[in-house]
Design a protein around this ligand. Structure first.
Ligand code: SAH
Length: 351
């Protein structure tokens, strides 16, 4: 009979220590495994030279490390962005994106296969929801990306496919793993988790004691318009989400990032500017303006098909007026749009 092998990637330091002891080994073998898996990013037990040969052989029989297959790579010709296509054991495809800049390299990771939220402007939403990723699958996107990429990944954003706060436990666990001393050395402050606004989970997230930054996909300050483009706003109205964000910011002593995809006629009007200015006076924050990336590759119908990007001239003007009001504004460029790796374009073809 084939025994089911224990999957080690995704276990925290404490869990690996316990697993080592439960397997009749010394507790410190858990520390060694942790270091090999998350710091050295080993792909096989045979690499683990400070673990005795007999134990390595036992590990080969009883445990596994890898949880994803790397099935494709697309490099953007224009910006250096790299999209990696990865496949889970059950054949679901997910994506992560490496975004190099002069002073840092950011990795954008996915937390779910697909997404249940159905935001009208997002390609991942259009593909529907398949399942949550495990903490190991979230981490392995980093491991594969870092092994592949010649520069060091310095920042991580949970802004790929899926809603991290609907995969709460695995998201928190993966953040713990990233920032353990024996692991990647990427501190939680260099990690941003982006949410569409799951109000009660934002409180829970703050209460875990995590120090990561929080980004809210705001996209409109008006309840009715926000509900139109983000159906989740019906369940968790913006008013409650903003209270939760304020709590998160106070608790972690960090500024909230408001992400704002510019949609012509929907959220780029003068009254939207006024509302944004008012909001940023109430909550310590900065605004991340994102040009709307086309969903044409998804052949959307209905309301999604009607969405039009705000012209660049209005984006520049919009950003300038916010800046004139002492608001920190970043206008994101459409990194990776030629390979559909830009925000909201991640929609792997799944089997
Ligand atoms: N579910 C989380 C994580 C996804 S983050 C969230 O909603 O925050 C992905 C970011 O890209 C979000 O801010 C999302 O609103 C934005 N986005 C989605 N579709 C987009 C598109 N077509 N063009 C530009 N940005 C988009």
């Amino acid at each position: 009979m084939m025994i089911k092998k224990e999957i080690l990637k995704g276990k925290t330091l404490e869990e690996l220590r316990q697993w080592a002891e439960a397997s009749g080994e010394k507790k410190f073998r858990g520390d060694q495994l942790f270091n090999w898996i998350y710091n050295k990013m080993a792909v096989s037990f045979d690499e683990m030279m400070n673990i005795p040969k007999e134990l390595r052989s036992k590990l080969n029989d009883t445990a596994e490390i890898n949880v994803l297959n790397w099935v494709g790579t697309q490099e953007s010709k224009t910006e250096g962005t790299v999209k990696l296509l990865l496949q889970t054991a059950l054949g679901h495809n997910i994506e992560c994106v490496i975004i190099p800049e002069e002073e840092r390299v950011t990795l954008c990771v996915s937390t779910q296969v697909g997404c249940p939220l159905d935001c009208k402007f997002c390609a991942t939403g259009l593909m529907g929801y398949k399942r949550n990723l495990t903490a190991g699958e979230i981490f392995e996107q980093y491991a594969i990306a870092q092994r592949y990429y010649d520069r060091r990944i310095t920042n991580i954003v949970y802004m790929g496919m899926g809603e991290p706060l609907l995969n709460f436990d695995n998201t928190v666990k993966s953040l713990d793993i990233f920032s353990e001393e024996l692991s990647t050395g990427i501190s939680q402050k260099k990690i941003t988790v982006s949410t569409a606004g799951i109000a009660p989970r934002i409180y829970d997230f703050a209460d875990t004691g995590i120090k990561s930054k929080l980004a809210l996909s705001l996209h409109s300050c008006f309840e009715d318009i926000r509900t139109l483009i983000m159906p989740i706003n019906k369940k968790y109205p913006l008013k409650d989400v903003l209270d939760a964000c304020k709590y998160y910011g106070n608790k972690t002593k960090s500024r909230i990032t408001f992400e704002y995809v510019m949609l012509k006629g929907l959220n780029d009007r003068d009254e939207d500017l006024k509302a944004l200015i008012k909001l940023t006076r109430r909550i310590q924050s900065k605004i991340n303006i994102i040009p709307f990336n086309s969903l044409k590759h998804m052949n959307p119908d209905g309301f999604s098909a009607e969405l039009v990007p705000t012209p660049q001239k209005r984006i520049d003007e919009f950003a300038q007026i916010l800046r004139d009001n002492d608001i920190t504004v970043i206008v994101r460029d459409t990194q990776g749009s030629d390979i559909a790796a830009a925000c909201g374009q991640l929609a792997a073809v799944t089997t």
